[in-house]
Structure formats: C-alpha cells, structure tokens
Design a protein around this ligand. Structure first.
Ligand SMILES: Cc1cc2nc3c(=O)[nH]c(=O)nc-3n(C[C@H](O)[C@H](O)[C@H](O)COP(=O)(O)O)c2cc1C
Length: 478
C-alpha cells in the first residue's frame, strides 16, 4: 500500500497532465434502473453545538436527542451527504454537499440498513442527495445478517459509505483512490457527528469482509466498493434472520457516463487491503517528540450548532494575514484530531500568532505542540502544492501524514484505508471547526509528495496523505 502511495506521488517531472473527456463526465448521482427513490421525511435537526460534540470525543453516552425515527434518520443523512449550496446561482447549478470533495466529484455514496425505525419500513436503502430520497434496495429486517457479517451486535441502523471510482478516476487517474478514501473520510466525519448528536450510541467499523458486504450492498465489484460502516442505535427487537437468503438481483444502477473507465492501479490498491472476515481492535504507533512539547490550553466548547456549521462550511481560499491565538489553535486541533490514530499532523504556522512561526508536531494525547523547525515554511508549501499560492497566505497549514510502512508491518495492508480515512475525517472536522470559529479552510490533495515531506520535516519513512490550509479570511467573523 506504501507502494500505491509512492506510485501515485506527484513529482515535478511526472505530473502527467491529461485532457478531460467531457463526453464521459460522470453523473454525480447514482440512479437505479428499476427502482425509484421515496422522498425523505422532513428532517428533525439535532440542536447540539458542533464544538460540544467534536471536543468530547469519542461521544459519551447521553440521553437521545429524539426518537429513532425517519425524521432523525433524514437529519443524519442530510448532515452526512446532503446538498447544502449551489456552485453558482440558478437551478441548473451543480449542488455542493455537506462534506468537501476533491474536484467536487463526489465519489462517495451512502447506504443505510434500517431495522425498527419508526416511519420507515425495515430494509436496505441507498441515499440519493438529489430529491433528496431513499431508494429501497432490499425489503425486510437485515440487522442480524449485518451483525453477523461484522462480528458485532445487530443495530437498528447500519450506514455504509462506498466509493464509485470512475467519478474521481475521470479526472485524477491513478491518484483517484487517494481521493476516494479522503472524500469518504470527510463524509464519515459528518455522519459520526450526526449520530453523536442524535445520541443513540454508535460504532465505526473499518474492518469488514469486503466481498460479502459488497454483494450485500449490490455493488459492481470493479467499479465501486464499501469503505466504511457506522452502526447506530440499540439492538432491534426483531433483527431478522442471520441468513436472509440471496439479495435481490434487480438493483442495477445506470452507468455514470457512456464509457466508464477502470484503472488497474486503483483496483489493485483496493484489493490489497481486502479482508475475509471482521476485524478486531487496532492499536496505533504512538509519537515521541524530540523537543519539549508546549501544551495548548483546554479547548472551550460552545459556538454554533452542528446543522448551522455543516450548512455554512465551504472551501474558502481568500486568506488574509493574521495569526491564530492559542485558544483557537487548541479548538481547531482538538476538534480535528481528538485522539491518537493512524495519521499524524504537522502544523506549519506563519507569523503574528501566539506561537512563533515554524513547523510543529501535534501531540494529541498531550494536547501539545513540539517545535520541529523555527522558520516560516508556508511559501514553500504553496509551491509544493502545485503552486496554489493561496496556501501560502493561510495562517496555518496542516500536513497529515503516516508512516505507511510501519502501519502495514504492524497491521497489514488494510491500515492504508484506516490512515487515509482518518486523514479525510480530520480534514472535515478541521473545516467544521474553522467554520464554527469564523475562519476559512480548504483541503489540498494536489501536492508534490516528496517536497511536502521535506518542508514538513517528516521522518524519512513517512509520507504526506493530505494538506489543509486554514486561517482568517476576507469577510470572516474574526
Ligand atoms: C480530498 C480533497 C482534496 C482537495 N484538494 C483541493 C486542491 O488541491 N485545491 C483546491 O483548490 N481545492 C481542493 N479541495 C476542495 C474542493 O475543491 C471542494 O471541497 C469542492 O469544490 C466542493 O466545494 P465545498 O468544499 O465548498 O463544498 C479538496 C477537497 C478535498 C476533500
């Protein structure tokens, strides 16, 4: 998997641009041949503040914010993957979604298996943000079947996040698998927060038997695949049979374009991480800093609600000079990376804030930063991000990285999916935290990998996964 990441690194010599085939531009929505979506119930949005949810992570048990019903489910689906804005004025303008997406190509799709939800028949559904609606794919209680597949107690809701590779491949070719994982991580962050706000308990599952789950969801194996699952809600009273029989056959989707391309690099990268059974608990390598860490103050919660924050979130690149104080840094970093995981963060700070300009290692367990280099690296970073100069204007950039070799050695090739999904999740949470604080944020997937690694002072065996720029913006609230 380390090999896939290295193979798809951008270099100044090997960017290999290509013309986009506009006749084959992929459809942004998945539609089924013989099945029509049913409209979503009017959503009952949760009231919790985004920062209250994001800073107390993993979510502690609390009283549910509403019953397990179709209105609560509608809110969770819209918060995860709904349309929240238009790219420009007018009904024909493409929808921009709740979660950021590389190139606004939206390769990630969302499914839900519901069991014992008031106002919704038991079954498997596909969520279509256009409408928005739920396409019924399989009738009946499927909670026990899914519970068995995942080696977990059956739950009232099982959400599945998948990727349709062609949407991203069309533009990004072999590097597309990176974006599919990062995008799915962005959507996963929103879904996890929505479930936390609903308050019926939740569990994210990234290790599952791929072949069985893809068949269960009715996915065309070479074009799309499940990447992440979230179980929510208690064990249903009638979870259904563990072996529900063969899935229905009449759930083929329309092709995304007249020609749908495939890429062997992407297929092999995904297949390398496949599992045959459910996974156990994972332990991630911990970080050690060479310089004495400087603690950040405890982050303050409060601020706008989750719904308002998700609706207001956009990729903003109009950064203006101005440093971040320690209180803002603490909120941003704790919300984005509340606990140690498979991906690490190095922070590049410009001048004008409470911390001197420089590169810092983020230590989530200590809630602290350790100095790596005492110089402002942001202009070099902008050049390394394919010359996207606005990156250099942002007060802070986050380089999310992992030692992929070490992860694979300890936990097998599936760890690549864990690391990239974790990077996407952290990215979405940083976007939301920035929005809640009146700051701007934008993800950067296009960078010369080795240059970013050198600028961020990564260990020799580590590789950058994702970059995000963040800071005060023109017209912002600060
Ligand atoms: C994984 C990822 C990589 C991205 N890379 C870039 C990038 O290199 N340059 C850029 O200007 N925007 C980048 N973006 C931002 C997207 O263009 C943006 O999310 C998309 O246009 C949708 O707009 P929205 O975020 O305002 O909803 C990236 C977003 C994601 C999730």
């Amino acid at each position: 998997m380390n090999d896939y990441h290295r193979q798809t690194a951008y270099t100044r010599e090997g960017l290999g641009g290509h013309a986009l085939d506009w006749g084959c531009q992929p459809e942004p929505f998945k539609r089924y041949r013989q099945r029509q979506p049913i409209p979503l119930e009017p959503a009952r949005p949760p009231g919790a503040a985004f920062l209250d949810l994001a800073l107390a992570w993993p979510p502690p048990a609390h009283d549910p914010a509403g019953p397990l019903d179709a209105a609560g489910l509608a809110a969770a689906l819209l918060l995860a993957a709904g349309i929240t804005a238009r790219a420009w004025d007018g009904p024909e303008a493409p929808g921009l979604r709740a979660a950021a997406s590389a190139g606004a190509l939206y390769p990630a799709e969302l499914y839900v298996a519901a069991c014992g939800i008031t106002g919704l028949d038991d079954g498997l559904y596909h969520f279509c943000p256009a409408g928005p609606g739920l396409t019924p794919l399989w009738d009946g209680p499927l909670a026990a079947a899914l519970g068995r597949m995942l080696g977990q107690t059956p739950s009232a809701l099982t959400f599945a996040l998948t990727a349709m590779y062609w949407r991203s491949l069309w533009k990004y070719r072999g590097r597309a698998y990176r974006y599919c994982l990062l995008d799915a991580g962005h959507m996963l962050a929103n879904l996890e927060l929505a479930c936390a706000a609903w308050g019926h308990g939740q569990r994210t599952c990234l290790d599952f038997p791929d072949r069985s789950l893809n068949v269960f969801l009715g996915l065309a194996s070479d074009d799309e695949a499940a990447l992440a699952l979230v179980q929510a809600g208690p064990r249903p009273a009638q979870p259904g049979p563990e072996n529900p029989g063969l899935p229905p056959l009449d759930r083929q989707a329309l092709p995304l374009s007249p020609r749908v391309g495939r890429d062997a690099t992407v297929l092999m990268a995904h297949a390398a991480g496949d599992l045959e059974g459910p996974g156990g608990t994972r332990l991630w390598p911990s970080l050690r800093a060479s310089a004495p860490p400087r603690p950040l103050p405890p982050p303050q919660n409060g601020g706008p609600g989750l719904l308002a924050t998700v609706r207001a979130r956009r990729s903003r690149r109009n950064f203006i000079p101005g440093g971040l104080d320690l209180a803002a840094l603490s909120r941003l970093l704790t919300a984005a990376l509340p606990a140690p995981g498979p991906c690490q963060a190095t922070l590049l700070l410009g001048p004008g804030g409470e911390m001197p300009a420089g590169a810092y290692l983020h230590l989530p367990q200590e809630r602290a930063l350790a100095l790596l280099k005492a110089s402002d690296q942001r202009r070099d970073l902008a050049q390394a991000c394919l010359g996207q100069l606005w990156v250099g204007q942002a007060s802070m950039s986050l380089v999310l990285w992992a030692d992929l070799e070490l992860l694979e050695e300890r936990g097998g090739p599936r760890t690549y999916r864990h690391a990239m999904l974790a990077a996407g999740r952290a990215g979405q949470r940083l976007y939301l935290a920035a929005t809640a604080l009146g700051l701007g944020c934008c993800g950067v997937g296009a960078f010369y990998d080795q240059e970013v690694a050198a600028i961020a002072g990564l260990p020799p065996t580590a590789q950058p996964l994702y970059v995000l720029a963040c800071g005060p913006i023109k017209g912002g609230m600060r």
